[in-house]
Structures are given as C-alpha cells and as structure tokens.
Design a protein around this ligand. Structure first.
Ligand SMILES: Cc1ncc(COP(=O)(O)O)c(C=O)c1O
Length: 391
C-alpha cells in the first residue's frame, strides 16, 4: 500500500501539488478571491451565461417546477420533459438527427468512446486530447494509436497499419490547453477514406467558433456529417452536463450501452433549464461570440506586445508557456497578488516541461481590462526573468 503522506510529499517536491482556491460569488469577469476583487481570466464562462439573470432564473424556475434532482437514471424514472426538449434543441442547433444528454463532458467522452470501440479495434487519438478522451480510450479496451498533435501523415500511417481494425478517430475541436483548432476537414476525409468514424469534442468550441458559435465541425461545413459531436453544457453554455449529437441509431446504441448514461442519475432539472435558456440566448444574441473572438484577439496581441507569445492559439484559450512547474506557479501567484487570476497549468494536465499560464477570455471582459492585464503580466514576467524587455 502506498503511503498517502509520502505521495503528497512527492507532489510537493515536484512542484505539482494542487490546492483549491475559493471564489466568493458567481463567475463573472471579476470575482472576489480571498476577500479581494480580481480580474477572472481562467473561467470557461466564455459568454457570460453562468451569471446571466435569465439563465439563473431559468434554473430556479426548473427547480420549482421539476424539482432539485431527477431522482433516478433516465432509463429508470429520471427521464423528464426538459431533458427531451433540450436534446431536441441541441440536435437542431448542431444540425444532427439526435442528441443525448450526459452528466458531464467527462462522462460523455468516456461513455461514448467505450460504447463505440471495443477489443480488437483501434482508436486514433491526438496526443493533446483532453483527459476524458484519454480515459475513454483506456476504458474501451480497444488499442489506442496516439498520433502526434495535428500530424495527419502520422495519423494516416496509423490508419493504414490498422486496416479494417480502425474504428474511431477522436479529437478535441479546440484544444483545451493550447487554444488551436483541429484540422476537422482533413480528419473527416481520412475517416471516410479508411472507413472509420470521426468524433469531435466541441467542449471549448461551442459558443466560441463557427457560425453563431456552432463549433469547429460547423466551421468546417460538416454539421451532420461528422459522425459524433460531443459538447458540454458546463463551459460557454454556463450550466452543467453535456451532450452527444449523432444519428438516431448511434444515439439509440448509446442509450443501450454507454455506461455513464445507463448507470448514473439523469441531469438535474435546474442544470437542464439553465442550459436551455443559455442556448436561447446564444441563438438570439450571436454577437456575444464575435465579442469573445475580438476579446481573445485583443489579449493575444497585448500579451504579444509584452514579449509573451500565445503559441498556436487562435481562440479564447490563450496559453503562455513557461516550462517549469515551480516557475509557472511563481508567476501565477505574483499576478494574482496584483489582481489578475489565471491558473497555472502543470503536468499531468499538460506534457512534462510545458507548464503554462492559461488565460481564458470572456465576452464580458472589456478590451481595456484585457490590455491592462497583459501589461501587468508582462511586467511581472520581466521581474521574475521570464520575459524579455519588449523592443
Ligand atoms: C476538451 C474537453 N472535453 C471535455 C471536458 C469535460 O467537460 P466537463 O467539464 O463537462 O466534464 C473538458 C473540460 O475541461 C475539456 O476541456
């Protein structure tokens, strides 16, 4: 048996020990942390729906009408009208025949991959995919071929080697720690050429890219064509839970074989009501998506002017790679002291040696706030020797 204290000590020694911070109040562009107001630059509340009055009211109304919880899994007695309504709204929004709600994006990914791929088959997964995809591959009992990030030649080689055993290609639509967009069109072509399915996880793409925030699949003109689209309700849609969009037969198979769907309580009515209201707002106010994109561009260029390049990012996820975990946390704490909250991200969330400050922008930030934050981060980075003085 491993000793708990020893394991914690090892994490501390490696600069990888994490602790919880306490945010006092709803997620907004500014929050109170430790009794002080700080600019929040690490929330996925991209469009300001988690704290939107209409979304909060919808959650409260759903609680009053349908109760605080669903009481059972969907296949027992927990299936309610709000679940069905939201599924049909999401399917229509994404351009798919059917949608199915899951408890979270983590559960949607693990459940769907494990339901669609099995022993004797091969799943193809980008090396920078989210942990929930990695865990889904492990649970599936299929062999996993991890291709180099965005490397289509490497993927094509793996597909050729696998031949008829190729089952599923799976990729983040917007990569969660790097903010770059997957080559969805190319992945789709490879999936058709090699006769396997394609699954895109739109967790950070929904509400952020594509027409009216419809994500990377829609941006590639492939809505309804890519076999499986996963989205979360917990990020741009401001609530909690997730969904899978696919053809009706695939959804029927998931109802009958995705274990996190079958063996877990249905999504709570307030979460469903909030997500429905957020989706309505997204459709009626698509300018929020444009504001998010403009804000992201502002932060990227303001950090760039401070000598802090955001790597491959072209979205609202703006990482500044530091490398060393300890130094990343040093800079994280220094900017927090000065009023900017952006969490340091360390292994195992990112590969060893690529720890980073990961900024996430919201549509509700002002350009002035973002420019000021970038200056503050630049000055702090120079103070601790992590950035050159701009020319
Ligand atoms: C790419 C990606 N997929 C899935 C998830 C999990 O979604 P959820 O938070 O709804 O469990 C995340 C969350 O961070 C993510 O970044």
């Amino acid at each position: 048996m491993t000793d708990v204290a020893e394991r914690l000590e090892e994490l501390r020694d490696r600069g990888l020990h994490r602790r919880l911070r306490l945010v006092d109040g709803p997620q907004g562009p500014r929050v109170t942390l430790g009794g002080r107001e700080v600019l929040l630059l690490c929330s996925n509340n991209y469009l300001g729906f988690a704290d939107h009055p209409k979304v909060r009211e919808a959650a409260a109304e759903a609680a009053l009408k349908w109760g605080a919880g669903a009481g059972a899994s969907r296949l027992i007695s927990g299936n309610m009208e709000p679940h069905l309504r939201l599924e049909s709204e999401l399917a229509r929004f994404e351009g798919y025949e059917s949608a199915l709600l899951f408890g979270s994006g983590y559960l949607a990914n693990t459940g769907t991959i494990a339901a669609l791929a099995g022993a004797g088959e091969v799943v193809f997964s980008d090396e920078l995919n989210h942990a929930s995809i990695i865990d889904g591959c492990r649970l599936s009992r299929a062999k996993t071929f991890v291709y180099r990030h965005g490397d289509l030649d490497h993927l094509a080689w793996g597909l050729r080697e696998a031949g008829k055993r190729a089952s599923l290609i799976v990729s983040d639509g917007v990569f969660s720690m790097d903010g770059d967009i997957a080559p969805v069109q190319d992945l789709f072509e490879l999936s058709r050429h090699h006769g396997c399915r394609l699954m895109i996880d739109e967790a950070h793409a929904t509400g952020a890219i594509g027409r009216g925030g419809r994500g990377s699949v829609s941006a590639a003109g492939l809505a309804g064509e890519v076999d499986i689209v996963v989205g979360t309700l917990g990020k741009a849609l401001g609530s909690y839970g997730a969904y899978v969009c696919a053809g009706a037969e695939t959804v029927d198979l998931l109802v009958n074989s995705a274990r996190p769907f079958i063996f877990s309580t249905a999504l709570a009515p307030p979460a469903v009501g909030a997500a429905s209201a957020a989706l309505d707002l997204l459709e009626s106010e698509p300018d929020r998506v444009e504001r998010l994109q403009a804000n992201a561009a502002t932060l990227r260029s303001a950090l760039g002017a401070e000598g802090l390049a955001a790597g491959r990012s072209s979205t609202q996820i703006v990482p500044i790679e530091i490398g060393d975990a300890g130094r990343t946390m040093e800079l994280c704490e220094l900017i927090l002291e000065r009023g900017v909250f952006a969490q340091g991200i360390r292994p195992p969330t990112v590969p060893e040696g690529s720890s980073r400050l990961r900024f996430t922008v919201m549509s509700t930030h002002t350009a002035g706030e973002l420019e000021q934050a970038a200056k503050l981060v630049g000055a702090a980075a120079r103070e601790v020797g992590l950035a050159a003085v701009p020319a």
